[in-house]
Design a protein around this ligand. Structure first.
Ligand code: TXA
Ligand code: MG
Length: 328
């Protein structure tokens, strides 16, 4: 079983940092918190260390890892960051839920980038985790800390269930603010392509780029992770509009509703409440927890509320759609 160390993102503690730093430096694996989801990290310059991540998760080896940095000033050493036209504007979004695809230098190992000439870089918004990366002396490759194909982990309990014996150290902190993964973008001059929607929205990016588009699945696999099954609970999950959900569950209790606070007020029976539609981040922060609770419930399956796809809800619905089937 791995060592679990309880921390707070804003509380630096020498004694608690030390075992994580030593583990990363000696090629081990460390689970650490971020503002999006928990990451499963290893030294991004070591093929052997990064291979441990793929083995622990059962991750296909052609799916590259995101590399986490502590400081913007380190990016040039490991990548061609200086070639990114809009780098100054993008730097202002860090620390934050943004991953930028950039040409890599040789120091980043090929296992981390899955053999690609590029790498996804991100500076996470958790002071403790950034300090851990800083002291490790190398950037830290880290996908979400879940078994491949399962919802990303937003609490240490989820990780214990799945990866407890396959990781060296786990840092447990307060729940991540967003609860869904970072926005992954490919910048090309004044244009940007969103490879994976996330907490930074199209509207945020339009303040920086002249044009912002989405990578279409099937057209060309730009982000290898997009072709794999993702974020799914084990039980069947349908999605439907609020009215359709009320109609479907009337008089029956085989499907567990996963709904907003507002819709939940109209449902008397058992339900899982995500959060208020007036506070989209509360909804995303509870999403994966609810998908895992569905699997633990006695219900045959679930039925989740479909939200109108505008602003931040585009990202929420991206995850909801990958986890569910539309109810006709
Ligand atoms: O919020 C997050 O991004 C979390 C936390 C831990 O930082 N990490 C995360 O990593 O979600 P992961 O590995 O679960 O998702 C990484 C996504 C995958 O879809 C992968 O294919 C894509 O980013 N990606 C990574 N490197 C890439 C590259 N060089 N080119 C295109 N896509 C890349
Ligand atoms: Mg993942």
């Amino acid at each position: 079983m791995s060592l679990i160390i309880r921390i707070q993102c804003n509380n630096m503690n020498e004694e608690k940092l030390r075992p994580g730093v030593e583990t990363l430096k000696s090629g081990g694996t460390v689970v650490f918190p971020t503002e999006t989801v928990y990451g499963l990290g290893a030294d991004a310059t070591s093929d052997d260390a990064c291979m441990k991540i793929f083995n622990a998760k059962g991750r296909p080896v052609d799916n590259p890892l995101i590399v986490h940095f502590s400081d913007i000033s380190d990016l040039d050493k490991y990548t061609y960051w200086s070639h990114v036209a809009k780098r100054k504007e993008l730097e202002r979004l860090w620390p934050g839920p943004l991953t930028v695809i950039v040409k890599k230098k040789d120091l980043i190992c090929d296992t981390a980038s899955a053999g690609l000439p590029t790498v996804g870089v991100r500076i996470p918004d958790c002071n403790f985790s950034r300090e851990l990366i800083r002291r490790c002396g190398s950037p830290v490759a880290a996908p979400s800390a879940n078994v491949s194909g399962r919802p990303s982990a937003t609490s240490i309990d989820h990780i214990l269930e799945e990866l407890g014996h396959r990781v060296d150290i786990m840092y447990s902190a307060e729940s991540p603010r967003y609860g869904i993964e970072s926005t992954v973008i490919l910048p090309e001059g004044n244009k940007c392509t969103i490879l994976r929607p996330g907490a930074y929205t199209e509207e945020d990016l339009l303040k920086i780029f002249d044009s912002v588009g989405y990578a279409r699945v099937g057209e060309k696999v730009m982000s290898p992770g997009m072709k794999y099954r993702h974020y799914s609970p084990e039980k069947i999950l349908f999605r439907a509009s609020p009215d359709r959900i009320l109609q479907e569950i009337a008089g029956k209790n085989d499907l567990l509703p996963i709904v907003s606070t507002e819709l939940g007020e109209k449902i008397n029976g058992k339900k899982l409440v995500l959060g208020s539609v007036k506070d989209p981040i509360s909804i995303s922060s509870n999403l994966y927890k609810c998908l895992r609770e569905l699997d633990r419930s006695s219900h045959r399956g679930g039925i989740i509320e479909a939200f109108p796809e505008v602003g931040y809800f585009v990202s929420v619905m991206n995850r909801v759609k990958k986890a569910s089937i539309e109810l006709e």
